[in-house]
Design a binder for this molecule. Structure first.
Ligand SMILES: Cc1cc2nc3c(=O)[nH]c(=O)nc-3n(C[C@H](O)[C@H](O)[C@H](O)COP(=O)(O)O)c2cc1C
Length: 316
């Protein structure tokens, strides 16, 4: 284990050395975060040697999110995080499936709809304290954006492990950063993922084509993160199933960002997201008593789609 880590880190150092040199002003972490009122997103992070903290602060500044640290009840000393020592606290925790290091601070996460969750990679995955977080706080109704710092390992294994731990987590996207990542790279990543608040990140696609059983319609899109995610997935061809004589639906394997509400009336032609991955096309109007949806858009002049499943293609 020790040798592997050493090789990984050495490789990372060599790669960094070979890369184009950029003058990077390292952020300091002197001033304490300010909690902003009315923010609906928070950057929540765990960090021992401050690499993740620096990235967390930049993400919080760029997205106007609150910055919240996950503080371990028992602080990690240098010896605790000595990965060369099989008996160090961090190594023992990572080797123990059941280890759940306690969190000292109470985290007030209720008000947030989006959580940026950041952590260092420890032995290829999340530190166990992140599981303590998931055991104690329900994050399943939130949009989760994962980020990490590491010597060289990617974030993929940790994302897999978190999904395995709770498959209801709505993980929108994830990204690994090197310790000295310049702010511009973070800004670009936020733009690419439409996470930059208050500024249009990509030009809004106003409409796309929907072909249903070989007949072409226009789907006029809402200007929101959900419709943008759909545009990202185009072209998308799928079978949609019949339900209740008024809708066709399909569950996709992708999670979408949500901003759901309960519409009083569903109109013929409405295209909605149910839950965080189910696309619904309504082909009859009705008063909605029960369900919450996120708007995707509307198809004008939609025909009655009749009984049975339909073949649908969404394309640009
Ligand atoms: C116990 C331990 C295990 C680590 N395992 C890995 C690893 O598997 N892959 C890697 O690239 N870096 C590994 N690292 C390096 C950290 O991920 C990296 O230094 C990170 O940026 C530290 O973040 P922090 O300063 O926010 O605590 C490990 C560090 C520690 C302390």
């Amino acid at each position: 284990m020790k040798k592997r880590l050493l090789i990984i880190i050495l490789l990372a150092l060599v790669l960094v050395g070979c890369g184009k040199k950029e003058e990077v002003k390292k952020e300091t972490s002197k001033e304490e975060p300010v909690i902003k009122e009315n923010s609906n997103s928070a950057v929540l992070y765990f960090s021992v040697t401050n690499n993740t903290k620096v990235i967390a602060r930049m993400i919080s500044e760029e997205t106007n999110s609150d910055l919240i640290e996950i503080v371990p009840k028992e602080k990690y000393t240098d010896e605790d995080i000595n990965y060369n020592n099989d008996n160090s606290r961090a190594n023992k925790e990572q080797n123990d499936d059941k280890a759940r290091p306690e969190i000292e601070n109470k985290l007030d996460l209720e008000k947030y709809s989006t959580i940026y969750l950041g952590y260092p990679i420890w032995w290829g995955t999340v530190p166990r304290i992140i599981y303590t977080l998931l055991d104690n706080y329900d994050l399943t109704n939130k949009n989760i954006v994962l980020f990490c710092t590491s010597g060289s390992s990617g974030i993929e294994q940790s994302v897999k492990d978190l999904k395995n731990y709770n498959d209801k987590l709505n993980i929108i996207t994830s990204k690994r950063f090197a310790a000295n990542t310049p702010k511009t790279e973070i800004t670009n990543w936020l733009y690419e993922n439409n996470l930059q608040k208050g500024e249009p990140s990509v030009e809004h696609t106003k409409s796309i084509k929907v072909t249903i059983n070989n007949k072409e319609y226009t789907l006029n899109l809402e200007d929101n993160a959900t419709s943008r995610k759909l545009v990202e997935l185009l072209p998308l061809e799928t079978k949609m199933q019949e339900l209740n004589g008024n809708e066709k639906y399909v569950y996709l394997s992708e999670s979408f960002p949500t901003d759901s509400y309960k519409p009083e009336r569903i109109n013929k032609g409405d295209v909605m997201l149910f839950d965080n991955s189910c696309i619904v096309i309504f082909y009859k109007s009705f008063d909605n008593k029960g369900y919450n949806y996120t708007k995707i858009g509307h198809i004008d002049n939609l025909d009655d789609l009749g009984s049975g499943d339909v073949q649908v293609k969404f394309s640009k």
